[in-house]
Design a protein around this ligand. Structure first.
Ligand SMILES: C[S@@+](CC[C@H](N)C(=O)[O-])C[C@H]1O[C@@H](n2cnc3c(N)ncnc32)[C@H](O)[C@@H]1O
Length: 297
């Protein structure tokens, strides 16, 4: 029996349509120049996603109706991109989802598709270290549920100077871990933040010393940054390792609080590569930023 992967909402449609637009433009632009174009779906899911929409009750129909719809997930979207990617790598840790991905690969047996049942961080680091990168270009899509992506994985991707990374950054996860008061950060949160940012500098940077009171005592250390401030902080951190990081798309676009920031991080530092990725990426991100609420897709 097929395993259904039910997730998402409007922000899922938006993120997938941005990534699809990028993959199409990227493959067209780079196909003539590179013999090896790869797409790596690092949190691949099943290849499909099931959505559920409840309508009603209305005057015409007194009962609620639930519509169930199956749409393409990122892995299927990447398979459909023309011109084709030369290699598609799908990484997923859930065994039931991996079976679906294997069935998807079997339906496209003429294509080069590798399905890896693995932890994303381990798989990406070995993908980077076991390949040469001056002869190929790749797009990696990081689409986690939460704070699964480790800084060391981002550093490995950036070190290739050949990979463009679309990263759906879990801003709400960061907001939850980085509590207002430094004293509320327990060991678990501390470890998660350090894994996410690669070192403990976040503690000084996000929690400056409090002001001195009349008696010379230092006040409580608090995070003053709001979600937008945290997003700027994350962008600044990413810019330390990537050649260029575009202004992210805040998601969802029609409601608060912001839950995600969709970043494009460009590893290649050549002006030509940065120029191309920036033009395509900003065009797609700006189009979504300017959508009128209600016609968001
Ligand atoms: C938001 S879903 C990805 C959806 C997918 N991009 C799509 O469009 O269909 C996140 C996926 O990551 C997988 N996952 C979570 N943590 C992981 C990890 N550490 N390594 C590999 N896969 C992981 C989950 O099982 C889930 O399928």
């Amino acid at each position: 029996m097929a395993t259904h992967h039910e997730f998402g909402g409007q922000h899922t449609e938006l993120k997938l349509s941005v990534v699809e637009g990028y993959l199409k433009a990227y493959a067209q632009a780079l196909r003539p120049k590179f013999r090896s174009l790869w797409y790596v779906d690092a949190f691949a899911g099943t290849g499909s996603r099931t959505t559920r929409t409840t309508i009603g009750p209305t005057l015409l129909s007194p009962r609620e109706i639930t519509l169930i719809d199956t749409r393409r997930g990122s892995a299927r979207i990447a398979i459909d991109v023309k011109p084709n990617f030369d290699l598609l790598v799908f990484i997923e840790k859930n065994p039931a989802f991996v079976s679906e991905l294997n069935a998807l690969a079997a339906r496209h047996a003429q294509r080069s598709i590798v399905v890896a049942q693995d932890d994303t961080n381990a798989a990406l680091k070995s993908l980077v270290s076991n390949n040469t990168w001056d002869d190929k270009r790749a797009v990696v899509f990081l689409d986690p549920y939460g704070m699964e992506v480790e800084w060391s994985t981002l550093e490995a991707l950036a070190s290739t100077k050949a990979i463009d990374v679309w990263f759906l950054f879990p801003l709400s996860g960061l907001f939850r871990q980085a509590t207002r008061k430094l004293t509320d950060i327990d060991q678990h949160k501390r470890a998660a933040l350090t894994r996410m940012f690669g070192c403990a500098d976040w503690e000084e940077e996000l929690y400056p010393d409090g002001e001195l009171d009349l008696f010379g005592n230092t006040g409580e250390r608090r995070r003053e940054l709001d979600p937008q401030g945290l997003e700027r902080y994350v962008k600044g951190r990413l810019e330390k390792i990537f050649a260029r990081v575009l202004k992210p798309l805040a998601l969802p676009i029609d409601s608060k609080p912001q839950r995600f920031s969709l970043f494009l991080c460009i590893a290649n530092d050549s002006p030509e590569a940065i120029g191309l990725a920036t033009r395509i990426g900003n065009h797609l991100l700006d189009r979504k930023r300017h959508l009128i609420v209600g016609s968001a897709i």
